[in-house]
Design a protein around this ligand. Structure first.
Ligand code: ASP
Length: 378
């Protein structure tokens, strides 16, 4: 299961090859291609954060907003959008049909953090996480305690389960067991576990940093399952001296490597945000159990990292380059969101494995999703 047997690609292939040989995490020279130049403010986020990075950037530049307030305002857009089924209102539910949300945030200048997990009935868990940070001596509240706290703080309870998410949940249930009493649907069914989340990290003009991650977690999860997003150092992490980073994708893989903390520490060691994101992915592969690797030791899941450094450089990396059909029809699917003085835009992910290397099982899942995307576009 040696890491040297795997093919690592992307702009930092040279650097990664060196690292693969030693298996050690060490600072390396920054390769000039695909590296961003320092600019402040800068906001970096997952693909779905394209509207959010623009809002966060505007708040920081036009209203001198605090960087954490700015990125939380950015992710609120997705939390309140019923069409984003990975976050907040409209998020896909757990196996029982209950939407359970996770979120965490960090404020660089004051070295504070807050988080909530398995929160039900409140559409903006990022703001509840911030309230935990602002008003309590604790860092994380979960389940009924988190909800009670949110209600006490004046958050309004609402039904987060939209009709579209309910239909998806029923389709999933109908396909679970071929011998049950539910009739199968022949349209594309998400038997596989769709993933999605929003992470956003921002550095303001003075070099102060904030980070936030919010999610409905893995769809159809076992009730009570908590992912990486609300765990400080995993879903996101921020050190005002260095930068911030966060993750989306399979939380179980990220938790084991404390991925956001690791990415920030790699930047502290001298890596660019881009290199640090790729290196964190490499570490996640190295820490993957056999049952989640294909016959060529490639992971059977997707994982992404996003990072910004104190000087305003940024990066984003994913495990697999998207299949050709995606690149042609939905280029933004292989991209992450950035806003700085050059505007708000999607930038292509660096990736660990080329699309020709996607394991068959992953291909199948991606093709199912492609079907859904095409249908939604019509
Ligand atoms: N990381 C999230 C979780 O594991 C899911 C995702 O980003 O897709 O809960």
């Amino acid at each position: 299961m040696s890491i040297t047997r795997r093919t690592f690609l992307g702009s930092s292939a040279l650097a990664l090859a060196g690292m693969a040989a030693t298996g050690k995490v060490e600072a390396r020279p920054v390769s000039p291609q695909n590296q961003s130049s320092p600019k402040r403010p800068t906001v970096v986020s997952s693909r779905n954060g394209i509207r959010g990075v623009a809002r966060a950037y505007d708040l920081m530049t036009q209203k001198q907003a605090d960087p954490l307030d700015a990125v939380i305002a950015g992710v609120n857009i997705q939390e309140l959008d019923p069409e984003d089924q990975s976050v907040g209102y409209g998020g896909l539910p757990n196996a029982d049909g209950v939407v359970q949300l996770d979120a965490s945030c960090m404020h660089g200048p004051t070295k504070r953090a807050g988080a909530v997990a398995s929160l039900e009935g409140i559409a903006t868990p990022s703001l509840v996480a911030k309230a935990v940070m602002d008003y309590t001596d604790h860092i994380m509240l979960v389940g009924p305690g988190a909800k009670r706290f949110a209600l006490d703080m004046g958050f309004k309870e609402q039904n987060l389960f939209t009709e579209e998410s309910r239909q998806d949940w029923l389709r999933w249930k109908a396909r679970l067991n071929p011998h049950d009493d539910w009739l199968d649907h022949d349209d594309d069914v998400m038997v596989e576990t769709p993933t999605g989340t929003i992470n956003m990290n921002g550095v303001d003009a003075n070099g102060n940093i904030g980070s936030v991650t919010t999610t409905s977690g893995l769809a159809w999860k076992i009730p009570g399952r908590v992912g990486d997003s609300p765990i400080i150092g995993t879903g996101q992490y921020c050190d005002n001296e260095v930068g911030a980073a966060g993750s989306t994708g399979r939380g179980e893989a990220n938790i084991k490597i404390c991925g956001a903390f690791l990415t920030v520490e790699l930047m502290r060691g001298g890596m660019s945000p881009q290199e640090a994101c790729l290196e964190a992915l490499k570490r996640a592969v190295a820490m993957t159990e056999d049952r989640l690797l294909d016959e060529k030791d490639r992971p059977l899941f997707s994982l992404n990292y996003y990072a910004v450094s104190k000087d305003g450089r940024y990066g984003g990396a994913t495990m697999y380059q998207n299949p050709q059909a995606y690149l042609e029809e939905f280029p933004e699917r292989g991209a992450y969101s950035v806003a700085n003085a050059d505007g708000a835009r999607h930038e292509p992910f660096q990736f660990v494995y080329e699309n020709s290397e996607i394991p068959a099982y992953m291909q199948g899942r991606l093709m199912l999703r492609l079907k859904r995307l095409r249908k939604a576009k019509k």
